[in-house]
Design a binder for this molecule. Sequence first.
Ligand code: IPM
Ligand code: MG
Length: 363
Amino acid sequence: MPLRIAVLPGDGIGAEVTTQAVKVIATIADCFRHEIVMREYPVGGVALKTHGTPLPEETLSACQASDAVLFGAVGSPEHDDNPPPMKPEAALVQLRLGLGTFANLRPAVMHPALIDCSPLRPECIQGADILIVRELTGGLYTSDPRGIDATPRGRRGINTMAYDEAEIERIARIAFQFARQRRKKLSSVDKANMLEVSQLWREVVTRVSADYPEVEVEHLLVDNCAMQLIRRPRDFDVILTENIFGDILSEEVAAVLGSIGLLPSASIGEGVSLYEPVHGSAPDIRGKNLANPIGAIGSVALMFRHSFHLHREADHIESAIWRVLDRGYRTPDLARDGAWVSTEEMGDLICREIRRAVEERPC
Ligand code: IPM
Ligand code: MG
């Protein structure tokens, strides 16, 4: 049976980085003799133009019927004034809900060759290796009530941060399972000094932790966590947190590591998983061949590991990324001395490196 991947390039630099990720998938398929069928579907601003909706029915059903989804980015300034359900970003949240991908894994590793890209001192950041486990289908993004109401005092905007015990428990179990395979430390992040929803979060995480006695747990308030990530990033192993705190903290972690262009992500849950770089659509550099495709290519590695259980293939992709960086190649977001390679060149370098390594050690 061929592996079927639904490819959703989306807006801005989404298309450029996805093209490079697709090239890497094709290279792996060729080197390891896998039959992989990839098909593209419209999403985000692109779909708003062609289908009048950010997530056409055909795109969602194709994703649900695939073995994995590769996603680029959504967001485009021309739709800034649309109401929330008609913004390109709504497609991503609807897709996450439609696939039931409630757990977002965002691994963030400090590559030694990129140490000078971090704004932190090398002794502070070297060796940092963090896995953010972000709840992805609940909280402020999707809870009711929401909207903008007319009141006698003028309009009132409302969103709600709500979590069921069951929603907290299932994401906590995922985070504990990953912590168990790593350095066995879990930092659960909440705002329990102010929010009832966080009190419940803390209580459920504490209860679940009894099933994972080998994992050391700390509870951090989100404001304190934001500070500790800058002061002592190396102390973090797995960070478990809810949707919007995870959204915000993952950009902080990206900045600490040097560039958001590097970070991959996997959204897993009830069925088909979705893989996407952490960065957005970056409309300012779209179409210029300047974007860093490493986040998208790293997401492909996560796809081979988590969806296809092809660990050797995933390892090959990740080591090729590391070796290309070791040899000094940089996209503009990482370049310090003015020399840089384009999006396409970075993709080609990584593909070439995969082929070279496979030829050197044929299976
Ligand atoms: C992310 C993005 C999305 C989010 C947007 C595009 C809806 O910022 O994946 O981090 O907020 O989840
Ligand atoms: Mg974000």
